[in-house]
Design a protein around this ligand. Structure first.
Ligand code: C5P
Length: 324
């Protein structure tokens, strides 16, 4: 597929592990500025054309070296987020560390500490950001030395949305959404995210997309990124970007969760330039012109009782990187 997806073919165990005792990495959540979805393929995935923008909702993974006696296991502790998130192999951050260890022949374990800020099951790829951050942190801690293209290859094996938080900023995604090309943009965009009381499952939203297409008697096809969108991103003008925002999965998310339509209408009445479903939802992303409007939109949404909360973030921001 992409030039970014090379995977190391004949891994050689690293001669020595890295020297740090702990490595901290931040990775961003995302919003889809544009998402066009085709018909499900034989592999169960839908071909996409999408534009990701990395937002300042940041997941932090700290990878700590284990005491000698404890070697070989990957443990995970989570701070923030709802209670009951899995800390075993069902968690993408754990899977990321295990995949890196397996691919590179590392036999050392790691203790991962994850601080969550991206809404869970919200269509903002928080779990994918965790996996991206874990890959970068463990690669550094273990001294495995995979280059960005090799890490991207592993990321794509973990999930379609995992390569993007490695790259960050703004990028076009093709294929499953994991074949990325960076997009030139200017300026900063202000977002208000309306959080739902309950998450939506990505496969369930894609399945409803299929059902709606079948009921309408049409075979969905992917469109290319409209010129109006890329032109708007080059101007840095949120007023120009707003009319170009689009998400083919929105109708499916609204069909599953009709209150989403009310949230979108309310945000726009309160002054958002445009509000759309983020990814597979149910989070609604409202693009606002400035801070005063952001506060008005947050207040209106909170007062409605339709949302579990609101969070503000600017974008775009950088991809996964070591901090501290
Ligand atoms: O790749 P990931 O595990 O994140 O995808 C979760 C599910 O979302 C897939 O099993 C598939 O049902 C759906 N999906 C899809 N088309 C895509 C991406 C995801 O149908 N391009």
């Amino acid at each position: 597929m992409s030039h970014l997806r090379a995977v190391p073919s004949a891994p050689t165990p690293p001669s020595r592990s890295g020297s740090a005792t702990s490595v901290r990495v931040e990775a961003p959540g995302k919003v889809n500025l544009f998402l066009s979805c085709g018909a499900r393929g034989a592999d169960g995935y839908h071909p996409l054309t999408t534009v990701f923008q990395a937002v300042r909702l940041i997941e932090t993974v700290t990878a700590r070296r284990q005491a000698v006696g404890a070697r070989g296991r990957v443990t995970l502790t989570i701070e923030g987020g709802p209670p009951g998130l899995p800390v075993d192999e069902r968690n993408l951050a754990v899977r990321a560390a295990l995949l890196l260890a397996r691919t590179t022949g590392v036999r050392e374990g790691v203790d991962l500490l994850l601080r969550k800020r991206v809404p869970v099951a919200g269509g903002m790829a928080g779990g994918s950001a965790d996996a991206a951050a874990a890959l970068v942190a463990c690669n550094q801690l273990w001294g495995t030395g995979l280059n960005p293209a090799e890490l991207t290859g592993l990321a794509a094996r973990l999930g379609a949305d995992v390569p993007f938080p490695l790259l960050g900023a703004t990028a076009v995604g093709h294929g499953r959404g994991d074949d990325l090309s960076p997009l030139m943009t200017r300026g900063t965009y202000q977002w208000v995210f309306a959080l739902a009381h309950e998450g939506l499952s990505t496969p369930v939203v894609f399945a409803r997309f299929d059902e709606l297409a079948a009921a309408a008697g049409r075979a969905p096809v992917t469109r290319e990124v409209p010129g109006a969108l890329t032109a708007a991103l080059r101007t840095g003008d949120p007023g120009a970007l707003a009319p170009a925002l689009h998400n083919d999965l929105q109708a499916a998310a609204v069909d599953l969760r009709p209150a989403i339509a009310e949230v979108i209408a309310l945000a726009e009445r309160a002054g958002a330039l445009r509000a759309i479903v983020s990814g597979s939802g149910p989070t609604v992303a409202a693009l606002v012109p400035e801070a005063a409007t952001a506060m008005r939109v947050c207040r209106a949404l909170t007062a409605s009782g339709l949302v579990s909360g609101t969070v503000r973030a600017d974008a775009p921001v950088a991809g996964a990187r070591e901090v501290g």
